[in-house]
Design a binder for this molecule. Structure first.
Ligand code: M6R
Length: 615
């Protein structure tokens, strides 16, 4: 949520910053802005709308050369997406410019205080208050880093802040509390960004800033301190992927590229975690085996797509490990005062590792004494840093706002955790674990097979571009798949879409069925729990009898469903618990194609941002 870029070095700062913003635009695209110091004064340009608007502005009226600069791409919280509310915000006497990701919770109190000093706000944002506060602090402290530290001590809420001082043009100072910020280390140049993709063209060496830290950045060095000015030890890391992974690579859309990358993402998530004897080696899970044996309940916390991955995982965890498992929306978790003990394992699932709702759930769980294991895709992000252990999904960067490859790899990662628990607790014999691991290892190939057969799904989606509403139904693990299919359609096609447990239809939602309404049905494998298959056939008949057009996703060879399907989408046969890994893929493609047919911006759907760093 909001992308931040900063640069100090030997290249033209404006080009580096705009290039970085392009890479970070997925984090927010309500407005964009940039600031440099030229001829001893701040030069700030900002524009509502996508980055292209700012670029057009810069083309028409280029900024002067500078070696230090910062930029911002916004997802609006306080104040609408206007030119005035766009960042950077400039202090009243024009000395300091500030960009911000997060929310300053005490901004009203600070605004009142500044008003008494005669400061008049020009925007509706919470950020502007920081620019004024920083300027007055700087006038007393005389040094931007010290002023930032003092100002941060007065702020509450979540923030990454970057500031530039017109009287100190070769330097950027940034602060971090609860919002992401990484520093890129180059040769005679340094970078700041919300994530590494902003500077991956220049360096793969980075450091992640910790909580409540300030970084003082110049071309020739960085100094990191805490908010009191004490030096802190930093942990450098090397980014394992390259610039090409953050490019579209010949695809029209990031989403299409990421859908196509799913077989590799699943394979990479398994890589190195299966021993030659077929058992699991999860060295990353640094929770002692003795403690894992004592776990008497698992609670999964996550949001959106990651929550759906958790819902899928619940079926596997309870079936394989015989441990009760609850799945909870992270945004609800801490507010219902959950009962947590040392014997409860909380699994937090997050692609970005920065989702504020999930982070707050993690903190609450740990405060209450539970162990937290993170399933995350972003190295060094906040959620894994604050958890007891982490298992990384290896999906590579996911840029499209709609999550695709992260979902599949989250399912695989939680399955690995579940099997590992079953292995160390003795719920399954070694040969049973190895047999399921073999099923998982077959999945990249099966996902590949699905990808080869999706032309018909694209054509079908286009036919339904004018539908008022689309319903999705499923049973067992097909139920969260139905929810995920509906979420994809909502966020990309802006259509009414709902997912239901198929058995629940008759308790109310069946009243939504009317002539011609498309109902997408995720059919469980007939060789799984036979009864599930029979029951869903009945559910299909119920909706058809009331006029629905059925689009049925069923495995190859399942001929029983054929008479009940107005449209049939085939997926390879898989064991029941593996089916979400194939049946989700046509739903991703369906939503993507339908949104494209409607002319929507698929990679950057309206009102959304990739990582949601506010509660
Ligand atoms: O980064 P996270 O996995 O924590 O993100 C959670 C949700 O915000 C995310 O999955 C969201 O629902 C997706 N945009 C859905 O496609």
């Amino acid at each position: 949520m909001c992308g931040i870029v900063g640069y100090a070095g030997h290249r033209p700062a404006v080009d580096v910053v705009v290039g970085g913003l392009k890479r970070l635009e997925y984090r927010g695209y309500d407005s964009a802005g940039i600031a440099v110091v030229a001829d001893g004064a701040l030069d700030v340009r900002k524009k509502a709308g996508k980055l292209a608007n700012l670029q057009a502005m810069l083309e028409a009226d280029p900024m002067k050369d500078a070696s230090t600069g910062m930029g911002h791409t916004r997802w609006a919280t306080h104040g609408g997406p206007t030119d005035v509310n766009a960042h950077p915000h400039v202090s009243s006497r024009g000395r300091v410019a500030v960009i911000h990701n997060g929310i300053i919770e005490n901004f009203a109190e600070l605004t009142a205080e500044l008003a008494e000093q005669g400061v008049v706000m020009t925007s509706e944002t919470d950020t502007e208050v920081v620019a004024h506060l920083l300027e007055s602090t700087l006038e007393q402290a005389g040094d931007l880093a010290e002023a930032m530290r003092l100002a941060c001590q007065r702020l509450s809420g979540a923030f990454t802040l970057v500031a530039i001082d017109a009287q100190d043009p070769d330097r950027l100072v940034a602060a971090r509390r609860n919002s992401p910020l990484v520093v890129g280390i180059g040769d005679g140049e340094h970078f700041l960004a919300s994530d590494v993709s902003a500077f991956i063209d220049y360096t793969r060496d980075a450091i992640e800033l910790g909580q409540d830290q300030v970084v003082d950045l110049r071309a020739d060095g960085v100094v990191v301190t805490d908010f009191r000015g004490q030096p802190v030890e930093v942990t450098p890391f090397t980014v394992t992927w390259d610039a090409a992974a953050a490019e579209k690579g010949g695809y029209d859309l990031f989403m299409l590229k990421e859908i196509a990358e799913q077989p590799k993402a699943v394979a990479d998530t398994l890589l190195g975690r299966i021993a030659p004897d077929g058992l699991l080696r999860l060295d990353e899970i640094r929770i002692p085996v003795a403690e894992l044996r004592e776990v008497d309940k698992i609670v999964i916390v996550a949001c959106g797509t990651a929550y759906h991955a958790g819902m899928v995982a619940k079926y596997a965890i309870e079936h394989w490990c015989r441990i009760p498992c609850e799945v909870e929306l992270a945004s609800e978790f801490r507010y219902r005062d959950p009962i947590l003990t040392r014997r409860i394992l909380v699994i937090a699932i997050s692609q970005s590792g920065e989702t504020m709702d999930t982070l707050m759930a993690v903190r609450h769980a740990r405060e209450q004494g539970a162990r937290v294991l993170a399933i995350c895709n972003t190295n060094g992000s906040t959620i894994p840093r604050e958890s007891d252990a982490v298992l990384y999904t290896q999906a590579g960067p996911e840029i499209a706002v709609a999550s695709t490859k992260a979902f599949l790899t989250q399912i695989v990662a939680v399955y690995l955790v579940a099997l590992y628990l079953a292995q160390v607790r003795g719920n399954k014999f070694g040969d049973e674990v190895a047999a399921i691991v073999r099923q998982l290892a077959d999945m990249p190939h099966k996902v590949d097979l699905v990808l080869d057969t999706l032309e018909g799904v694209r054509a079908l989606a286009e036919q339904f571009a004018e539908a008022q509403s689309v319903l999705f139904i499923g049973r067992h693990v097909g139920y969260p798949v139905a929810l995920e299919g509906a979420l994809k359609l909502k966020e990309l096609a802006y259509m009414h879409a709902e997912g239901f447990a198929a058995g629940e239809l008759k308790h109310g939602p069946i009243a939504l069925i009317e002539e011609g309404i498309p109902v997408i049905v995720v059919v469980p494998p007939p060789l799984g729990r036979g009864v599930l298959h029979e029951k869903i056939i009945s559910n299909i008949q119920e909706v058809r009898a009331r006029g629905a057009v059925t689009i049925v996703i069923a495995e190859e060879g399942d001929e029983v469903v054929t008479p009940y399907a107005d449209h049939l989408i085939r997926v390879p046969a898989c064991p029941t618990l593996m089916q979400p890994l194939v049946s989700t893929v046509p739903l991703q493609v369906f939503a993507c194609a339908l949104a494209t047919a409607k002319g929507h911006d698929v990679d950057q759907p309206r009102n959304l941002a990739k990582s949601v760093t506010v509660e």
